[in-house]
Write a protein that binds this ligand. Structure first.
Ligand code: PEP
Length: 263
């Protein structure tokens, strides 16, 4: 839809909304997967201490292997909601199936559609009807145009509160789990009014790349980043090698602040 100026998306309860959009650089952080109440609370406290404004954690985890940890489901949503209340951080979590939508929407302030579901048009339409802001990951095999058309499926339902998330695309390069398409940020901003953030954790799949990729995201003018953090990454049930320890997350936040955002 035509929209002459870049948008800001507001997430969270009325009166305490978090802005994602031009003029701000928003840190979203949390555990890749909700594993327990204690782990989620610790991760959320680490996120908050580093300056994160939103808690992102997965209760429903789409995994490549059906034998891998799939998330705690409804129990995970309840943990997220409790931890959100305890820390004051609004919740962002993924919905993988339209049948779970009501339950997820009841516990979350923002609905994430993951890379694997970016082209799931029925889910996008259902999410568009849910009345909550949406975090739309780019599919690893999707062009920018396909990604923007996925956002249109949400917008067509009357929901313009969509934040795009560049999380890497599949290339021939095996040293990172995907290749962060950093050019996608200004390319999207040239054609879309929607905010765009970067996920340096899933893009690289490597803890040591999270800071440099985050700095790249700031330098290129992204509206924020979403970062995995875990109190004990070595024991994580999902994507431990990319999760930051608390100290690393604090260093990341400091490193980010030293680089002025693009205006
Ligand atoms: C995630 O954010 O937990 C995730 C799995 O991201 P993506 O869908 O981009 O892989």
């Amino acid at each position: 839809q035509h929209h002459p100026e870049r948008s800001t998306v507001h997430v969270g309860p009325a009166g305490a909304e978090v802005a994602i959009g031009p003029g701000t650089f928003t840190l979203l952080a949390g555990p890749c997967a909700v594993e327990s109440a204690q782990q989620t609370l610790q991760a959320a406290e680490m996120a908050k201490a580093a300056g994160a404004k939103l808690l992102r954690g997965g209760a429903f985890k789409p995994r490549t292997s059906p034998y891998a940890f799939q998330g705690l489901g409804l129990k995970g949503l309840e943990i997220l909601a409790d931890v959100g209340t305890a820390t004051g951080l609004p919740i962002v979590t993924e919905v993988v199936d339209a049948r779970d939508l009501d339950a997820v929407a009841e516990h979350a302030h923002m609905l994430q559609v993951g890379s694997r579901n970016m082209g799931n048009f029925g889910l996008l339409q259902a999410v568009g009807d849910a009345g909550l802001p949406v975090l739309l990951e780019r599919g690893v095999n999707a062009t920018v145009e396909e990604w923007l058309m996925a956002a249109e499926y949400v917008a067509q339902r009357g929901n313009l509160d969509v934040v795009l998330c560049e999380r890497g695309i599949r290339t021939f390069e095996p040293s990172t789990s995907t290749t962060l398409d950093i050019s996608a940020v200004p390319v999207v901003q040239a054609t879309s009014h929607l905010p765009v953030i970067v996920d340096p954790s899933h893009a690289g799949g490597r803890r040591d790349l999270v800071v440099p990729l985050s700095r790249a995201a700031i330098a290129v003018g992204a509206d924020g980043i979403v970062v995995d953090v875990h109190p004990d990454p070595e024991q994580a049930l999902c994507d431990g090698p990319q999760a930051l320890h608390g100290q690393e997350l604090r260093e990341l936040a400091t490193a980010c602040r030293k680089l002025p955002p693009v205006v």
